[in-house]
Design a protein around this ligand. Structure first.
Ligand SMILES: C[S@@+](CC[C@H](N)C(=O)[O-])C[C@H]1O[C@@H](n2cnc3c(N)ncnc32)[C@H](O)[C@@H]1O
Length: 224
């Protein structure tokens, strides 16, 4: 019988949210203006926007989709939305492409920062952005590698009406929550979840290893 190796607990030298997170910038425009977006990514974003204008469909992003299970699961729950799984790893996306998926699923190999900026530049409207189990980067010195401390973070609530983060590290969720609250003024809370059907490969792995799982939701997305 196949036995999956248990996933180790997160080792961190933090006891709570990183004190330096408060210094993160709140504006996105300077960063966006300086960040190089490749022609290829811009063309993909323009194509998405054109299709969106033509057929009036709403877009859901699965940012950092890995091997695509979550993209496929989200698309099943939202058959009327187009769901795009984005990942920088073509190896993982090749695995995703082999899976059985509904018509409303697309996979795109891209750097998320570039893709998010590209979507903003073409004014695409995004109903939801799922960020599921991003690498926790748990050491204090890793702070800048976490999405909420990245200069692109202020853009996220600007491009999407709903953001859902899931993680197996409570501090990551709390930091993300604090930063998003500061950027949007909205009140939101981190919840502990116990999913009946894991949404993604990492959720399944952590669930089977008895890790606590956390979710943060900003805004609204109907029926999930
Ligand atoms: C820990 S895995 C989680 C995968 C999936 N969301 C899940 O829950 O199973 C994180 C994924 O994010 C992708 N990723 C990290 N930074 C990225 C970036 N800047 N652009 C695109 N993908 C990125 C990695 O390649 C990896 O597949």
């Amino acid at each position: 019988m196949f036995m999956r190796k248990s996933s180790p607990r997160i080792l961190t030298n933090q006891t709570g949210p990183h004190p330096k997170l408060k210094q993160s910038p709140v504006g996105a425009s300077t960063y966006m203006a300086c960040y190089p977006v490749s022609l290829n990514v811009l063309e993909i974003c323009q194509k998405i926007k054109k299709e969106q204008d033509k057929s009036d469909w709403s877009l859901l992003l699965d940012s950092g989709c890995g091997t695509g299970d979550s993209t496929i699961n989200i698309a099943k729950s939202y058959p009327d939305y187009l769901v795009i799984g984005i990942d920088k790893s073509s190896k993982r996306l090749n695995q995703a492409q082999q899976k059985i998926k509904s018509e409303n699923v697309r996979f795109i190999t891209a750097n998320l920062v570039e893709f998010w900026i590209g979507l903003k530049l073409v004014n695409a409207s995004i109903a939801a952005n799922f960020i599921l189990y991003p690498n926790p980067w748990p050491k204090q010195k890793h702070l800048k590698k976490r999405w909420h401390a990245h200069p692109v973070m202020p853009l996220l609530p600007m491009i999407s009406k709903y953001i859902e983060l899931r993680t197996n590290w409570r501090i990551y969720a709390e930091e993300f929550c604090g930063r998003l609250t500061k950027l949007t003024g909205s009140v939101m809370t981190v919840e502990k979840i116990n999913p009946k059907n894991p949404i993604s490969a990492f959720e399944e792995k952590y669930f089977e290893s008895n890790h606590d799982l956390f979710r943060l939701r900003y805004g609204r997305l109907n029926s999930f």
